[in-house]
Design a protein around this ligand. Sequence first.
Ligand code: NCD
Length: 318
Amino acid sequence: MPFAHDHLLGIEHLSPGDITTLLDLAGQYADMGRGGAKHSDALAGLTQINMFFETSTRTQASFELAGKRLGADVMSMSMQASSIKKGETLIDTTMTLNAMHPDLLVVRHPHSGAVDLLAQKVNCAVINAGDGRHEHPTQALLDALTIRRAKGRLHRLNIAICGDIAHSRVARSNIILLGKMENRIRLIGPPTLMPAGIGEFGVEVYENMQEGLKGVDVVMMLRLQRERMDGGFIPSEREYYHRYGLDAEKLAYAAPDAIVMHPGPMNRGVEIDGELADDINRSVIREQVEMGVAVRMAAMDLLARRLRERQSPPGVMV
Ligand code: NCD
């Protein structure tokens, strides 16, 4: 199925068919990476600029690596050190970079909706690498690919998403994606960390971890997003770990072959036990990082095909 999108701004714009197309191609890139043939020329001659207005380790590194493996000219801007500090607006900075004719802009920003706004101003493909608490589409896609490879399917699974749902763009994109693919989603966390109106998302909500985890196939843990909290949302980290931190004892309530996921960066001893996170029989956290590169390669490849189509409409000789 052709991928008919000019940007990748959120899972909400993708159909189940789009998601499958993306994951199929990402699966091929993942196999290629494991087989040692890491490079292709899908983005040869194209310029990719990464603009990160919020800190990032794995997302920024994997976008950079993905672009390089596909042959793009890649530039990563650290926006903390840029003219934004001198008072230039987001739009001005973007238009300055746009004047250098990038083909792909990868943007992370602390404000929900900022990346959508940017996409309306530039004439290249824009990928949302996380905007506020809104969406983080490539994270949900890499989670989906990890689940599909571990479980052999991406439908009719019982999936628990646990912790700070209210402030998490990862949770939001995952709820939308996993819902579109017809899975049963349970959200587990204290009421203070549940977004208002969550009932409308077609999910089950649990306050008790043991109850919520019963029989699930996938346990997805989330970091407490302190940078997005203004005030006390939890009594203390110790109390939080006691009630919501995932350890072997709580995991025993899930299905015997349940997998453990975390998008990173993870706080050991706050939302997850360190030993469990490293247990290769249960945790797929490392695979998530590996699939991150493959998913970003696939997303940029599909957007680049669209770009090339637009640059050379049918019937025009190039
Ligand atoms: C997530 C993010 O930035 O939203 N991290 C990531 O992209 N791997 C989750 C988080 O910061 O907790």
